[in-house]
Write a new protein. Structure first.
Length: 290
């Protein structure tokens, strides 16, 4: 319950957007970079959205856990189905938050820009794929599809621009991305979360938890063979919450650290104050390197 409530504290931040302040590392990352793909803030957009998604997943998971423990509705006799929903949400939060960490965790502006360009390339390709699928549906249903070709050409141009700006970097796949985010936390433990880490091998634990979360996501039943009691299931839920909350807090703190101009003190009414020490420690790392 404590970890679920901790994750839900990012609910409002997820939907409250602000432009990068002048002089901040985030503003400088975006300034004059990759404007051809249709957004004035390509680094901020691609870096923030995954962390916002992770926060929303955790907010939804907290609702399920609250209903579960407060008996808002009677749980099923085996208590199997609802925990699986929470585990899937936690797995999604881990994966999304890790993407933000990978995109902007490096102190080099060039690396951050190249990674965000690689992400843009990957996402725009997915967008083009969807557009073609949508076009095919319209054709099958007899609707007008003439505007498709023009929009497809614009997308192809943006894809080429993003690929060129990526410097040959390729965004990792989902599992590798999650592991990379956890490895970054091992190397840069957030100051505010010592009680969650306690010197444990976070990357190794996250890989194991991500595997279990993925099994629930894909409808595999093998996890039922490794859980011997309902108490163990509660423990598994708490473990995945621990990883999802820590990954999300790290992603949000990284983004907030890079939204600070040199000399500014951090404050954000939509976030818990416990992030303050971590943000204060990380912000100078991104001010000093161009």
């Amino acid at each position: 319950m404590e970890r679920a409530s901790r994750g839900a504290e990012f609910r409002q931040w997820a939907v409250t957007l602000t432009d990068p302040p002048q002089g901040s590392s985030m503003q400088l990352d975006n300034d004059g970079f990759l404007q051809e793909i249709g957004t004035a803030y390509p680094v901020a957009q691609y870096a923030r959205f995954p962390a916002s998604s992770a926060a929303e997943h955790l907010a939804a998971a907290e609702v399920l856990v609250s209903d579960w423990f407060n008996r808002a509705v009677p749980p099923p006799a085996t208590s199997r189905s609802w925990p699986s929903s929470v585990l899937v949400l936690c797995r999604s939060a881990m994966e999304a938050a890790a993407r933000t960490i990978w995109l902007i965790g490096d102190p080099s502006r060039d690396v951050r820009r190249q990674r965000c360009a690689a992400e843009a390339f990957k996402e725009l390709e997915e967008m083009l794929k969807w557009a073609k699928q949508d076009r095919d549906t319209d054709v099958a249903e007899g609707r007008e599809v003439a505007p498709f070709e023009a929009s497809a050409e614009n997308l192809k141009t943006a894809i080429a621009k993003a690929k060129a700006a990526s410097g040959g970097i390729t965004a990792p796949g989902f599992t590798a991305m999650t592991a990379a985010g956890a490895a970054w936390i091992d190397a840069n433990p957030p100051k505010h979360a010592c009680e969650l880490l306690s010197g444990r091998p976070f990357e190794l634990m996250t890989k194991a938890w991500y595997s279990i979360g993925s099994s629930y996501t894909h409808g595999y039943s093998w996890t039922l063979n490794v859980l011997n009691s309902q108490d163990e299931q509660y423990g598994l839920v708490a473990d995945l919450f621990m990883s999802a909350v820590l990954m999300t807090e790290t992603a949000v703190a990284l983004f907030e650290a890079q939204m600070l101009a040199p000399g500014e003190q951090w404050q954000n009414e939509h976030l818990p104050t416990r992030l303050g020490p971590t943000i204060a420690e990380w912000a100078p790392l991104y001010h000093e390197i161009s």
